[in-house]
Design a protein around this ligand. Structure first.
Ligand code: AHR
Length: 528
């Protein structure tokens, strides 16, 4: 009885006293060796490529508004969006799809805009496609932002002849009927066609084909890529997705000549079923870690495809031919969530948070590891669609956290990748666990070493102690991107809530680097 009274008193007192503050989470230790003495492959700038499809307001409204629009524009292209993309130094833009590519007939998109046919965009919302943005507009857009062309041919519902004609229209410098037509439409000189995709997702929306059937089709199309040798684009086959490998297997085995790269698509969803998607904002910690755990599967997928490529290249090699000749191009990747409430579900509009920024950085760090094969990637998609760099609403525009990660990682373009030994703890929640820190490093052309780091833990800072083998003495500076909450994001009312800030707490002494990464953050350091 006495004890009960005492307990009651204690309970009363503790209710009256302010609760003791929870201790701040302690940094967890990560060690890193950066092998500056063992340079690897150059990270092709095209790893930082983009994908823009005729989908929702990905192009119309987002990039192209037409000359008569009240939105400030140059020749119909939004000035704000062009300036933002120019700042990113986008190396290449894949167009016109996606699923849209296999229903696209290029002749619909040339000539006076008012006379272009209006079609239905069957894949994306069933809305009218005016064809106002066609081949000339695409190349003008590339000129404005300084990017290269990656055109996807229509294999699903087109023909080899239609593809040949389009290639001639774009690239011929001779006095042919198609080159004259291009000139009559306002473009004298041929354009530079850097990359040519032969179909898209031919296992699905691009024609529901088997790997064997598509391999034959690929060879047929590749045969008729008739350009002068100096104008020949890289020819890219439509490959696998997620866990499948039969397209890579079949193409590597049977389609050697004329094959420059095979593409691979992997979207990060909550899963495990495709239908099960998270919301882009307002998610809990399970959604945070589940998405990051799933995105890290990219590493294993890439390794699996590279093993197949290595196997066939070794089998077929006669003499000292080029190693790693065929590239693995991840030309669709990124997060895919439920569409924003109130938006057309066929338009794939989603917000973009610090979770997406960490997800993007983790993927870059994976791509850098395989720089000798992964020489091109394209995130889906540039503006207003899926994991976009930019969102627009009428005249308003915002840069997403993903935009900022692309910006921070710019020094990796054309830098030489450096191998790492990374020992990091695990961040766990529920049934998931992921490495706390993701990292990559490279030597930039100016001699500096650039280090990309992401802390996947939304609670604990990460204490990173790095050694740079091959020594380094000098200065370190950096940029940090983080947010107050797991779904921190920018809105049209507050477009600057998430943006990078200078990061000056990294310390470099001799060849030892020490840095504390805040929770849920991306840090890029430059050591010079
Ligand atoms: O990016 C959206 C769509 O996703 C693309 O059109 C298609 O290739 C993929 O399934």
């Amino acid at each position: 009885m006495k004890n009960l009274k005492l307990l009651g008193l204690v309970a009363l007192l503790s209710a009256a006293l302010p609760a003791a503050a929870a201790p701040a989470p302690q940094p967890a230790a990560t060690t890193l060796t950066i092998h500056a003495d063992r340079p690897g492959a150059v990270i092709n700038k095209d790893v930082y490529g983009q994908f823009s499809e005729h989908l929702g307001s990905g192009i119309y409204g987002g990039i192209y508004v037409g000359k008569d629009s009240p939105i400030p524009n140059t020749d119909g292209f939004r000035n704000d969006v062009i300036a933002a993309l120019k700042d990113l130094h986008v190396p290449v833009v894949r167009w016109p799809g996606g699923c849209f590519a296999d229903e696209y007939h290029w002749r619909d998109g040339i000539g006076p805009q008012a006379q272009r046919p209006v079609r239905v965009n069957h894949n994306w919302g069933g809305v009218p496609e005016t064809n106002a943005f066609g081949t000339h507009e695409y190349f003008e857009f590339l000129d404005l932002i300084g990017a290269d062309a990656y055109v996807s041919l229509n294999v699903g519902s087109g023909s080899v002849q239609e593809a040949m004609d389009w290639i001639e229209y774009m690239t011929s410098d001779q006095d042919t009927t198609l080159a004259r037509l291009r000139k009559a439409n306002g473009r004298d000189k041929p354009w530079k066609l850097a990359m040519l995709g032969v179909g898209n997702e031919t296992w699905g929306c691009g024609g529901s084909m088997t790997a064997a059937y598509y391999t034959d089709l690929f060879k047929q199309y590749a045969t008729f890529v008739r350009t002068k040798p100096e104008a020949r684009p890289q020819v890219i086959a439509s490959g696998d997705h997620d866990t499948t490998t039969d397209f890579t297997e079949s193409l590597m085995k049977n389609a050697r000549g004329g094959l420059d790269a095979i593409d691979f698509h992997y979207y990060t969803i909550l899963g495990p079923q495709w239908e099960n998607k998270d919301t882009a904002t307002g998610f809990g910690e399970a959604g945070w870690i589940n998405m990051l755990a799933n995105t890290l599967k990219m590493d294993g997928f890439i390794r699996q495809h590279i093993a197949i490529m290595d196997k066939y290249e070794a089998l077929h090699r006669q003499g000292p031919g080029p190693h790693k000749k065929v590239g693995l191009y991840i030309d669709e990747w990124g997060s895919w969530y439920q569409p924003e409430p109130g938006s057309n579900p066929g338009f794939l509009v989603q917000q973009n948070t610090i979770r997406d920024a960490v997800l993007a950085a983790a993927n870059f760090n994976i791509f850098h590891k395989y720089a000798d094969r992964v020489r091109m990637t394209a995130i889906a998609q540039t503006v207003n669609v899926l994991q976009a760099m930019i969102l627009t609403d009428g005249p308003k525009m915002l840069k997403t956290p993903t935009y900022w990660v692309y910006d921070m990682y710019q020094p990796f373009q054309e830098a030489t990748s450096l191998p790492l030994d990374l020992k990091t703890g695990t961040y766990k929640y529920g049934k998931w666990s992921v490495p706390q820190v993701s990292a990559s490093a490279a030597r930039a052309s100016d001699g500096s070493i650039v280090v990309g780091l992401a802390n996947l833990d939304p609670h604990r800072p990460a204490q990173v102690s790095a050694v740079i083998a091959g020594a380094h003495e000098g200065q370190v500076k950096g940029r940090l991107l983080t947010g107050d909450t797991m779904d921190a994001h920018n809105t049209f009312e507050n477009p600057d809530a998430v943006h990078p800030v200078a990061f000056d707490s990294a310390r470099l002494s001799g060849n030892s680097l020490s840095v504390t990464l805040p929770p849920k953050s991306v840090v890029v350091l430059s050591l010079r």
